[in-house]
Design a protein. Structure first.
Length: 235
C-alpha cells in the first residue's frame, strides 16, 4: 500500500521506517514544521511536569534539563511522549492513556489539590488540560516551549501517479494544513476522494468538514491502533 504520512519530522521518518518494515510504501508529506521557541521556563518548584506531545522536549535537546527538573515526576499523554521524556532525562515518568483528558485525570488522581504543575506546551493548543486542572484546584504554569508552523505545499508525489491507498493524520492542525495545502495547490477534488485514517475523531474533523468521502478513526489515539486500521482500507 502507498501510505501518506503527514506528521512532522523527525517523527514522519520514524513512521515511514515502520511502514516500510510492514511492506508498505511510505510517502512522507509533513504538513507542520515544529521547532523550539527558546522561551525560559517559569520559576519552580513544581510538584509535577505535564507534556501532551513529544515535541515538548525539543527545547532540551542541546542544553539538557534545568537543574532539579529531572527528578520531578513527568506525566506524559501517551507512550511516545513518555519515551521522549525519558530520552530527555526525566527519571520518573507516568504514562496516561493517550489524550489530554486522560492526562488531566491521571494528574488529578495522583496529586493533592493545589499542586503546582509545569505544563510543557505548544504555542497553539486546546485548553483541555489547563481547564481541567484549574477546575480541580491545581496551579498550572504553562511554558510554551515549542511552536508548529503549517507548511503550504503537499509534496507532488502525493497527487502524482497512482493515488495513495490511505493518508495518515496524527493531529487536527496537520489535518487542517493538509486540507488547506491541497486546496491551494488545486488538488481538492483528488484530496476528498482519498481514504483518510486519523488518530482520533477530533483529528478527523477538518477532513469531514472538507467533504472527504472516506474518513476512518483509530480505536485509540496511538500509532499501533492507527496501523491496525490500515488493513480496513479498500484497495
Amino acid at each position: 500500500m502507498r501510505v501518506v504520512v503527514t506528521r512532522p519530522q523527525p517523527a514522519a521518518a520514524a513512521t515511514g521506517r515502520r511502514l516500510a518494515m510492514l511492506g508498505h510504501e511510505p510517502i512522507l508529506a509533513p504538513m507542520l514544521h515544529v521547532e523550539a521557541t527558546g522561551k525560559a521556563l517559569p520559576s519552580g518548584p513544581f510538584d509535577a511536569v505535564a507534556a501532551t506531545s513529544a515535541n515538548a522536549f525539543l527545547a532540551f535537546a542541546s542544553a539538557g534539563l534545568p537543574p532539579g527538573l529531572a527528578d520531578v515526576p513527568l506525566h506524559a499523554v501517551g507512550e511516545r511522549t513518555a519515551a521522549a521524556a525519558r530520552r530527555a532525562g526525566f527519571r520518573d515518568v507516568v504514562e496516561a492513556d493517550g489524550d489530554a483528558a486522560a492526562l488531566a485525570e491521571s494528574l488529578v488522581r495522583s496529586l493533592p489539590r493545589a499542586s503546582r504543575v509545569l505544563y510543557l506546551a505548544g504555542t497553539e493548543r486546546k485548553p483541555v488540560l489547563e481547564r481541567r486542572l484549574g477546575e480541580a484546584g491545581f496551579v498550572v504554569a504553562a511554558a510554551e516551549v515549542y511552536a508548529a508552523r503549517a507548511l503550504g505545499n503537499v509534496p507532488a508525489e502525493v497527487f502524482a501517479g497512482p493515488p495513495p491507498t490511505v493518508v495518515l493524520h496524527y493531529s487536527r492542525r496537520s489535518a487542517e494544513a493538509f486540507v488547506a495545502a491541497a486546496r491551494a495547490g488545486g488538488h481538492e477534488a483528488a484530496m476528498v476522494c482519498l481514504p483518510h485514517l486519523c488518530l482520533s475523531a477530533d483529528v478527523a474533523g477538518p477532513l469531514i468538514e472538507a467533504g472527504a468521502s472516506v474518513v476512518m478513526v483509530a480505536s485509540r489515539p496511538d500509532e499501533d491502533a492507527l496501523f491496525a486500521r490500515i488493513g480496513d482500507v479498500s484497495v
